[in-house]
Write a protein that binds this ligand. Structure first.
Ligand code: UT7
Length: 325
């Protein structure tokens, strides 16, 4: 029997042009640059232009990922798009991307796991490929969180930004080992008891409005460090690997202190952690592929490197993926 595995063969990203600095934010809400930088590491965020939707960001990132993979859109037979800020309630934002790419074959759908969405989407694509249902997937994380922020709530509005990241995941024949290019494993978790710690206070079925993001930051922080270090350990153990084997940890970019806390708990050197939260704040499902693409573009993440992606978000949801680039 032929064994198929999946591999990430191209990465792309897109950030809207408009940059909103901490100093600018401090003109409209009771905050200051010092607080934001010292408590979160965030210096600025990108904000989508009027009329610029999640699908526009996603499409730009996907086109760049296809170019990096030296592939045509025609080769894609699956689009899995992670977002908590879709263009509309339906149809899925993934179908808008599919139309934008000019393809009509294959399947396109969204997954919703908030900030963990990209890792969940990657797991879906990996399993579609392993079971032979797809040969080549575009896996996208794209968000316009600026549209669901209460811009008068300093507890939340300073923390998030808009953006998109995408990867092309392709079928490779053969079982492979942990030394070969490919996704080694994915690990997903959810615990619905904590919904009220991080949620949006609206939706089509409850309030018939979009609503605003609400968060108990301190509580989320505590759960994040615990759950993320646990899922990283789980992912390493599943592959008989240790933190020393990792070339790069690519964490969800929520707060520099969460990244430092998780790395410390794992005994991982900070030099092995890709950090982009300073540049674009928390972009939810887009943050892991944005960090991955940044690391690839600036030459830190090289072919053959072992990377571990992890994320945690509303629900709670959390997960990890180990991959050889
Ligand atoms: O993507 C996954 C989900 N999100 C996260 O992972 C985020 C997790 N949480 C966090 O990143 C942090 O908890 C925050 C950055 C949200 C907050 O940091 P903290 O150190 O936990 O601060 P805190 O909530 O304990 O607030 C400390 C103080 C409060 O004032 P009082 O009550 O002590 O007088 C807040 O009102 O800081 C105040 N504060 C602010 N001050 C200036 C909260 N937001 C701001 C602000 N500017 N923007």
């Amino acid at each position: 029997m032929t064994v198929t595995r999946s591999a990430i063969v191209g990465c792309g990203s897109y950030l809207p042009k408009r940059v909103l600095t901490n100093k600018e934010l401090a003109l409209t809400v009771d905050t200051d640059d010092d607080w934001i930088v010292s408590r979160t590491g965030i210096q600025k965020r990108h904000i989508a232009a009027e009329g610029e939707c999640t699908s526009d960001l996603a499409l730009a990132a996907t086109r760049e990922a296809l170019a990096a993979a030296q592939m045509d859109a025609d080769e894609i037979d699956l689009i899995v798009l992670a977002t908590a800020t879709p263009d509309q309630t339906f149809p899925s934002t993934a179908t808008a991307v599919q139309a934008g790419l000019g393809i009509t074959h294959g399947a396109a759908f969204d997954v919703q796991a908030v900030c963990s969405g990209f890792v969940f989407a990657l797991a879906v694509a990996d399993n579609f490929i392993k079971t032979g249902q797809s040969k080549c997937a575009a896996v996208i994380g794209a968000e316009t969180f600026s549209r669901i922020l209460d811009w008068e709530d300093r507890n939340t509005c300073v923390l998030f930004g808009d953006g998109a990241g995408a990867v092309i995941v392709k079928a490779i024949e053969g079982e492979g080992t942990s030394d070969d290019q490919g996704i080694l494993s994915t690990h997903l978790h959810s615990d619905g008891r904590h919904q009220k710690l991080l949620y949006v206070d609206g939706g089509p079925s409850s309030t018939q409005s979009t609503g605003f993001l609400r968060m108990e930051g301190k509580e989320v922080f505590r759960h994040a460090v615990t759950n993320l270090s646990a899922v990283v350990r789980e992912a390493l153990e599943a592959n008989d690997l240790s933190t020393d084997d990792l070339d790069w940890l690519i964490p969800h970019q929520a707060n520099k202190r969460i990244l430092d806390g998780t790395a410390r708990k794992l005994g991982l050197s900070p030099e092995k952690v890709i950090v982009t939260v300073d540049q674009h704040a928390n972009t939810s499902a887009a943050s892991v592929p944005l960090a991955l693409t940044q690391g690839v573009k600036d030459g830190r993440i090289k072919l053959g490197n072992l990377v571990l992606m992890e994320a945690m978000g509303g629900g709670f949801t959390w997960g990890a993926c180990v991959a050889r680039m």
